[in-house]
Design a protein around this ligand. Structure first.
Ligand SMILES: Nc1ncnc2c1ncn2[C@@H]1O[C@H](COP(=O)(O)OP(=O)(O)O)[C@@H](O)[C@H]1O
Ligand SMILES: CC(=O)N[C@@H](CCC(=O)OP(=O)(O)O)C(=O)O
Length: 294
């Protein structure tokens, strides 16, 4: 999302999927853009357990950059050829209700400020948009029961929304080819992993891979057919993976399908097309009508 060519290719993929009858929902982050803005303001960027330590000042920047900048740029790209995308924050319509989240560092629970986990999802607004033929573009900011605004990791937000919507596929774009089996010793990518095995690996995963794989696990345990971790540095990674290109990223499958061979009829990834970016999908809506203004 920081490279214009890749961002455009991603937007084309989402529009192609929509034209093919898929109903994509895009959930975005913007860690690098937040870091750049914090830097400009002379504020620190610190991470613990893959999560940004979020002071009230940091939260203001996170909210502004995600909901005001990254989201609007993405919505603008998706809308170059029609009124397809509508942006909303997780705060809007109680889409993401958050609770304070702590980091786990060496078995210790550490307070990292206004970081949220998703406690509840209200899919009402997202479904309304899908029914109207739109592409919802959701920023990963949540609202607590008390009205407090929380910084939610984008993968966590995407996984929770995908599970609540009952999407067929959760696709997560990142800056590596997939989950490395023995990182940092080796860069061998895990092609396919079942939920139970992933659960065993999770405590040993470092950096941003922890929250990312946890989100995939929660999604497939929450009823999502399959979660795919894809290399977002490759143009059209999303469309390629969903069109069945071999050897793309890491596929997380529910326990019941872990032993099925990839591509078999029992395997949910053969259902193709159903997506997310950090995005998720659900079938073909009508084009939104446009009323010309005289
Ligand atoms: N086992 C692993 N496999 C792959 N990447 C890993 C692993 N453990 C840690 N990482 C790190 O996690 C990073 C991806 O997480 P993050 O930077 O949060 O991505 P994103 O911005 O896409 O959410 C990779 O660039 C890599 O440095
Ligand atoms: C709690 C937490 O870490 N929130 C993230 C939210 C954005 C995000 O997840 O962006 P990426 O997908 O680009 O990493 C952050 O502040 O960076």
């Amino acid at each position: 999302m920081t490279d214009d060519t890749l961002r455009r290719a991603f937007a084309q993929d989402v529009l192609t999927l929509r034209a093919a009858g898929v109903r994509p929902v895009v959930v975005h982050g913007g860690g690098p853009q937040i870091a750049a803005h914090l830097d400009r303001l002379g504020l620190r960027s610190d991470f613990l357990g893959g999560l940004r330590v979020t002071t009230p000042e940091t939260m203001e920047v996170v909210r502004m950059v995600l909901s005001g900048k990254v989201q609007k740029d993405l919505v603008g790209l998706l809308n170059e050829h029609g009124p397809y995308a509508v942006g909303l924050s997780g705060e809007d319509g109680h889409t993401l209700t958050a609770v304070k989240r702590y980091a786990e560092v060496a078995g210790e629970r550490v307070d990292i400020g206004l970081v949220g986990d998703v406690a509840r999802v209200d899919t009402g607004v997202v479904r309304l948009l899908l029914e109207g033929g739109h592409i919802p573009v959701v920023s990963s900011v949540g609202r607590g029961e008390d009205g407090q605004v929380y910084n939610v990791n984008a993968d966590t937000a995407a996984g929770a929304l995908a599970a609540a919507l009952g999407t067929r596929v959760l696709a997560v774009l990142t800056d590596v080819p997939g989950l490395y089996a023995d990182w940092p010793t080796s860069e061998r990518v895990v092609d396919r992993i079942g939920a139970a095995e992933l659960e065993r690996l999770l405590p040993g995963l470092g950096g941003g891979m922890g929250p990312k794989m946890e989100a995939c696990l929660r999604a497939v345990r929450g009823g999502v057919g399959v979660a795919r971790v894809l290399d977002g540095r490759a143009p059209h990674a999303l469309l390629d993976a969903l069109a069945g290109a071999a050897g793309t990223g890491t596929t997380v499958v529910p326990d019941a399908t872990a032993s099925a061979s990839p591509g078999s009829s029992a395997s949910p990834e053969s259902a193709a097309y159903l997506v997310s970016s950090e995005a998720s999908v659900t079938s073909a809506p009508p084009l939104p009508s446009t009323v010309p203004v005289a």
